[in-house]
Design a binder for this molecule. Structure first.
Ligand code: ADP
Ligand code: GN1
Ligand code: MG
Length: 370
């Protein structure tokens, strides 16, 4: 929901910004939180921040999200500084509220936070230059590497079963049975697409459960627009959108980037002939991610990377379809059938990956050690 600027400014005044909040404009294209670019000023100086409403329908315990974010960003700041990096730009910084908390609960029951703005860098909604995609791969891989020794058990699961594909399938079936928005009849083809791939939904969950692949601290929302790319150097400098950092699988982190960035069309493209998995981008991302992970991926993880891409794309399609069946309650939509359009791109992409399966596997297997 877009709010009056004056209200955002009043909320911003609750935080320890440098200078007085002067303007707040809607910013970015995330599907979950409401983000505003906040300008603060005083003494002829201006400073930028992002102020965000944390979507507490999605994140039921925003205080746990913020506890995670504070712990992770402090951990990363230390690691980056130790490695001689620029901790001010290479990770998010939480700006505390004036009462010392990491967020502020507003009078209407909404939850807000402020981050320092990463200036001189861009988050891209599509791959314009392949090298940006490669840089994002190195950054997401490196992010996971940096968190390799983070005590995972101290993190909250901010959305329980977030990438539990089996659970997502179960929720889809429940939504289908309930059909509250009376839309199931319209999407029989999409429903069949899911039901024909039930087995795929189990592959990664089963491997995690048996210990065949490790549970790691992962980002879990590795879309290209969750990386800031430096405008001058072209390097991926900062991983943002840390709300879903929690124990997960590297396969989902890798796969979600492929799903979004190696797609030749947009996530909500209505012309499905534009949707396919670009082999060059797939190759490039795989190289960057394996390099970024710095030797930490196991052989089995490397072997399963294409499966990560396929399963997360299927999962995402299932999530969009479920939301469509439930009457568009989760994702922000900008047109009536937006979730259905999004679902269809995901399934087209899954199908294309299936057709290119041997090629995709071959690309990943190049990186098997020994
Ligand atoms: P959502 O969960 O809704 O995707 P994000 O945290 O990803 O929210 O923020 C949405 C967009 O706002 C990002 O894609 C990015 O463009 C911008 N953004 C968020 N935080 C910052 C920041 N600290 N500095 C610069 N831009 C930011
Ligand atoms: C949401 O917040 P945003 O727009 O980066 C969603 C992701 C989906 C993505 C699909 C918390 O990401 O899981 O993959 O939309 N985030 C949450 O575009 O559900
Ligand atoms: Mg985002």
């Amino acid at each position: 929901m877009e709010r009056e600027e004056s209200q955002i400014l009043r909320i911003a005044e609750r935080f320890e910004t440098e200078g007085t909040p002067e303007s707040a404009k809607p910013y970015g294209s995330g599907h979950i939180n409401d983000t505003y670019l906040l300008m603060c000023g005083g003494n002829n100086k201006h400073k930028k921040y992002t102020i965000q409403r944390i979507n507490h329908e999605v994140f039921k315990k925003p205080w746990e999200v913020m506890e995670n974010v504070v712990k992770i960003t402090e951990f990363l700041q230390k690691k980056i500084a130790e490695a001689g990096g620029d901790a001010a730009r290479e990770t998010l910084h939480v700006v505390p509220a004036k009462d010392g908390a990491s967020y502020c609960k507003w009078e209407d029951g909404t939850y807000w936070r402020v981050y320092g703005f990463i200036d001189g860098a861009t988050s891209y909604d599509e791959v314009k230059e392949p090298k940006d995609f490669y840089e994002s791969a190195v950054s997401f891989g490196h992010f996971q590497k940096l968190l390799e020794d983070y005590p995972a058990e101290t993190l909250y699961e901010t959305i329980p079963d977030f990438h539990n594909t089996v659970d997502r399938l179960k929720n889809f079936k429940r939504a289908l049975a309930e059909d509250t928005a009376h839309r199931a009849a319209k999407v029989q083809e999409e429903i069949r697409f899911v039901l024909n791939r039930e087995r795929d939904c189990h592959v990664i969950c089963d491997m995690l459960a048996s210990g065949e692949i490790p549970l790691r601290v992962t980002h879990n929302d590795t879309k290209l627009n969750n990386i800031m790319i430096d405008n001058e150097t072209g390097k991926g400098i900062c991983v943002i959108d840390l709300d879903t950092v929690m124990p997960g699988s590297a396969l989902y982190d890798y796969g979600d980037s492929i799903r979004f960035g190696a797609n030749t069309g947009a996530e909500d493209e209505t012309d499905l002939s534009k949707i396919s998995c670009d082999i060059d981008l797939f190759t490039l991302y795989t190289k960057g991610f394996v390099e970024g992970c710095g030797g930490s991926l196991t052989e089995q993880e490397i072997r399963m990377l294409p499966m990560g891409a396929k399963v997360i794309t299927l999962e995402q399609g299932i999530r969009f379809l479920t939301d469509y069946l439930e009457g568009d309650r989760y994702y922000k939509i900008h047109r009536p059938e937006h979730n259905l359009d999004r679902c269809r791109t995901q399934f087209k992409l899954v199908k294309d990956m299936e057709e290119k399966w041997d090629i995709l596997r071959g690309i990943a297997e190049e990186y098997l050690k020994g």
